[in-house]
Design a protein around this ligand. Structure first.
Ligand SMILES: O=C(O)CCC(=O)C(=O)O
Ligand SMILES: [Fe+2]
Length: 336
């Protein structure tokens, strides 16, 4: 028997049930920093970001920045393998398998292992370092201004080949978020840990779909997953998207990233390759409304225009585990 949907609270609007629109927030470029800072993008890229809602940046990260993240993922996979092996869930530790294969083998013995990793909530120092990378924050400053709050929703994507649970359908990131944050400008950085291609399941976006500054009605849930989804007709009707011309495939080489705002519809392609398509997605927002993730976890201030010596308070941030809080609250909402 199907479970009854949770009773709707009075006077609460759920994601997508809002006609609020903030076109200027997402289409008007903030004043650009007066001095050029390391890593900053040329003006044409910033213009494209506000016009189309996204920009692909190649050759941005150093090998060390991303190799440290790969190493951290390797360690997480190893810990997961040990745990499942000790619990008798997998036949072998698969130590001889490399970075792009080991989780596939684990998954064969224990379907869903990749989701356990995706939802583990572990935010290791290498990911934190990438999130607060000064060159990256210089770019974020170009996109949202000098006051920068890290958004608590980040993800490690464990996209094993031919796995429905890792194919993310059309959505706007704000479709996952609290309606109180709708007018807040947010940037997402999608960072692959290999060359992301059409074959291994890179992202697709609907260029210009951010222009109305509005969150369209999302449906829950896609196939057997927890992902919310935006139907193509709804995207056309509410956001004025014409996929015939707006659909854009976004391959990103290792070392690069795709930047997009929280109103831009996007999805990921199936992984038809033989390797795991690892990626990280990280987010930032203007600090005007620190709604964080449904009041379960607030954002983390990373840069302040008032204080050039501002120090990030990692301890307070790391004290709260978003996934644990989410489970506790039993609200049924999930970060993408
Ligand atoms: O990596 C994916 O497949 C989806 C990523 C995504 O939806 C995001 O970065 O917001
Ligand atoms: Fe997303």
């Amino acid at each position: 028997m199907a479970e009854e949907p949770p009773k709707k609270k009075q006077n609460v609007r759920y994601p997508g049930e809002s006609e609020e629109a903030y076109p200027d927030v997402f289409t008007v470029m903030p004043p650009q920093p007066k001095e050029k800072k390391p890593g900053q993008l040329p003006e044409e890229s910033i213009k494209q970001y506000f016009d189309k809602g996204y920009v692909i940046v190649e050759d941005f990260f150093s090998k060390d920045d991303l190799d440290a993240c790969r190493e951290s993922v390797r360690e997480q996979v190893d810990r997961l393998a040990q745990k499942l092996f000790n619990a008798g869930k997998i036949k072998n530790l698969y130590m001889d398998q490399g970075f792009f294969q080991r989780l596939i083998k684990i998954e064969e013995d224990f379907p869903g292992a990749n989701i356990l990793l995706h939802k583990s909530g572990e935010f290791p120092p290498a990911f934190q370092k990438l999130w607060s990378n000064p060159r990256l924050l210089n770019v974020i400053e170009q996109l949202i201004g000098p006051d920068i709050m890290g958004h608590p929703v980040w993800n490690l994507r464990t996209k094993t080949p031919n796995n429905e649970a890792t194919i993310v359908p059309w959505h706007q990131d704000s479709g996952y978020l609290d309606t109180r944050s709708y007018g807040v400008l947010q940037v997402g950085a999608w960072i692959p840990l290999l060359d992301a291609t059409e074959e291994n399941g890179c992202m697709q976006i609907a260029a210009g779909g951010h222009k109305k500054g509005q969150v369209a009605q999302h449906k829950c849930c896609y196939g057997g997953t927890w992902y919310v989804m935006l139907e193509e007709e709804e995207m056309a009707k509410t956001l004025g998207v014409n996929l015939e011309k707006d659909l854009t495939v976004c391959p990103v080489p290792y070392g690069g990233m795709l930047l997009f705002n929280n109103m831009l519809p996007h999805k990921s392609l199936p992984n038809k390759s033989k390797d795991i398509r690892w990626s990280l997605d990280l987010r930032w927002q203007t600090p005007d409304k620190n709604v964080g993730f449904y009041d379960l976890k607030p954002g983390l201030l990373m840069q302040s225009s008032k204080d050039p010596d501002f120090k990030i308070d990692w301890d307070s941030f790391n004290k709260i585990d978003r996934h644990k809080e989410q489970t506790k609250s039993l609200s049924g909402t999930q970060g993408s």
